[in-house]
Design a protein around this ligand. Structure first.
Ligand code: AMP
Length: 278
């Protein structure tokens, strides 16, 4: 099957075949993490649509929208190799009319942790994801656990707004040395990459502990040991469904999440733990 590149809503309607459709939303610069999502999507549906759209709405004024990597030709090659049926790559002008008024509000959960560092980010994410759902009308949509709060908020949006789509979460793909794959890793110099390894190392060390205070203290000590080339934004242990901070007596699943700047690159990572009551 030939890969179809759809630029407009009308192209998508034409490309839509019979059978279940799975959507994998991305901002392009596709890597092995995205490939794993595409493979999961293929297992879940007859047709796979990958969207490639660098969403201006989810970038703050001082963030990296203009320098975000754009590698569309290479992305098409990845999609072809993975047997994707349709790549949906709209322009920003087509997605956002100049007179638009209505958008999605991510609620309180959109203002904590990552949302506290990036005001408005999750409103922008949920708005574009809802639009993509309406344009593509998938039965299933696949998102990475790498962006744990995004995944949790999308699940909330689907529940709160009764959206007829099944959300599938995919595990984080890492380099052999632990670094979580990210389109932004290409900004890192060799030295910065070495510093960045402290994120996944800290999460692993924290995950070996069993109570919240020890989990956080152990992870924190690994981050501190990386020195001042690692500029920590947050290290938190939260409930995966609400992103509220886990109490010392927390039992059940919890997400240990970290964000830090290395040079000019902001990186995030997380692991899911299961805490057992003392
Ligand atoms: P992005 O293109 O960075 O917006 O990411 C598109 C999708 O790929 C999101 O659902 C991400 O959570 C997911 N993703 C990004 N990095 C990884 C990774 N290392 N492993 C698994 N999924 C990922």
């Amino acid at each position: 099957m030939e890969l179809i590149v759809a630029r407009h809503r009308e192209d998508l309607v034409k490309a839509r075949g019979e059978g279940a459709v799975a959507l994998v939303p991305t901002m392009g610069a596709l890597h092995e993490g995205h490939r794993s999502l595409i493979r999961l999507a293929r297992e879940r549906a007859d047709h796979v649509v990958v969207s490639v759209f660098v969403n201006p709405l989810q970038f703050g004024p001082n963030e990296d929208f203009s320098r975000y990597p754009r590698t569309f030709d290479a992305d098409l090659e990845v999609c072809r190799a993975e047997g994707v049926d349709v790549v949906f790559a709209p322009s920003a002008e087509d997605m956002y009319r100049p007179d638009r008024q209505v958008s999605v509000n991510a609620g309180h959960m959109g203002t904590v942790v990552e949302g506290a560092s990036r005001p408005g980010h999750f409103d922008g994410v949920l708005t574009v994801v809802l639009k993509l759902f309406n344009l593509v009308r998938p039965d299933v949509a696949v998102f990475g656990q790498k962006d744990a709060q995004q995944l949790a908020l999308i699940r909330r949006m689907v529940a709160d707004l009764d959206l007829p789509v099944e959300i599938v979460g995919a595990p984080t793909v890492r380099e052999p040395d632990g670094l979580a794959l990210s389109s932004r890793n290409r900004y890192l110099s060799g030295d910065e990459r070495t510093v960045a390894l402290a994120l996944s190392r800290a999460l692993r060390a924290g995950a070996a502990e069993s109570v919240p205070s020890a989990i956080l203290a152990t992870a924190r000590s690994v981050l501190d040991a990386a020195g001042d080339r690692l500029d920590l934004d947050y290290l938190v242990l939260v409930d995966p469904a609400t992103f509220a901070q886990a109490r010392e007596t927390h039992a059940g699943p919890a997400v240990l999440a970290v964000a830090a700047r290395v040079g000019t690159t902001r990186l995030i990572d997380n692991v899911v733990l299961t805490l057992t009551p003392a």
